[in-house]
Design a protein around this ligand. Structure first.
Ligand code: NDP
Length: 246
């Protein structure tokens, strides 16, 4: 089995990279289970996928709540019989120098970007073990690869996730689990819309993102490439950024 027929759950599927991934995988014949908090947007995306002949369903998920991840995985298993891939994509960023001491922002990033992924791993691993196979894909960031000022905690959350997946990989040499960390550079999404307190800075970053960023569909294709490999082939790390990104 490559992509066609695989059951794939995607967190953060209501916009940006998660939405593009759900749409792209569905167009390739995957069964997609979309999770995020904005249920109205999920319903609209599911409606469009279904109208186009795809198979999709939505679950309202706040990744900071472990029970919500269990529901997401549970819906996949109950409705479609299994879960082949969990794409841990939901994420937020708050940008600013550490000296601003934005404790609430730091905590929010850790809750969503780190704990949210751990909750997904905790929900999916027992199902993968029972089935005898599974694939964890996480969307991390080039921010974790090239450390820059103002993104310390965001980069730290992404590198924490990279660490979890590498450890899991080494703990899973029985061939049961595949792990993939996707590191996008600048992608044109809503991510930076809530990243800054200062509206002038926000506007400036939104402009440069619009100018430099690649389309979320490019990341979706990278995720599909990792999923599409034969079961004995694991794409561990994949970086995808605008050609002009420094
Ligand atoms: P978006 O803001 O468009 O998407 C973020 C998604 O995460 C939304 O669907 C949002 O849904 C969801 N989300 C946020 N908080 C929660 C939560 N508590 N529970 C469930 N879902 C949540 O941005 P992107 O598509 O860019 O972001 C997707 C991932 O890509 C993130 O992990 C981000 O860090 C990463 N990334 C993005 C880059 C970029 O340049 N855009 C670069 C590198 C990495 P909702 O609000 O409905 O819950």
């Amino acid at each position: 089995m490559s992509i066609e027929g695989k059951v794939v759950a995607v967190t953060g599927a209501s916009s940006g990279i998660g939405e593009a991934t759900a749409r792209h995988l569905a167009s390739l014949g995957a069964v997609v289970v979309l999770g995020a908090r904005r249920a109205d947007r999920l319903d609209q995306i599911v409606g469009e996928i279904t109208a186009g002949g795809g198979v999709a369903t939505a679950v309202r998920v706040d990744v900071t709540d472990p029970a919500d991840l269990r529901s997401l995985v549970g819906v996949a298993v109950e409705r479609f019989g299994r879960l082949d891939v969990l794409v841990g994509n939901a994420g937020i960023t708050k940008i600013g120098p550490m000296a601003e001491l934005d404790l609430a922002g730091w905590q929010a990033m850790i809750d969503v970007n780190v704990n949210g992924v751990l909750h997904g791993i905790a929900a999916a691993l027992p199902v993968f073990r029972r089935q005898g196979s599974g694939h964890l894909v996480t969307v991390v960031s080039t921010s974790g690869l090239k450390i820059v000022p103002t993104q310390a905690v965001y980069a730290g959350t992404k590198n924490a996730v990279r660490t979890f997946l590498e450890a899991l990989r080494q703990e899973s040499t029985d061939g049961l689990l595949r792990t993939t960390s996707i590191s996008p550079g600048y992608v044109r999404t809503e991510l930076v819309d809530n990243a800054f307190e200062d509206p002038a800075v926000r506007e400036e970053v939104q402009k440069s993102m619009a100018d430099l960023g690649i389309e979320p569909a490019a990341v979706a294709r990278a995720i599909a490439f990792a999923i599409d490999q034969p079961e004995d082939v694991e794409i561990g790390d994949l970086t995808i950024r605008p050609t002009r990104q420094g």
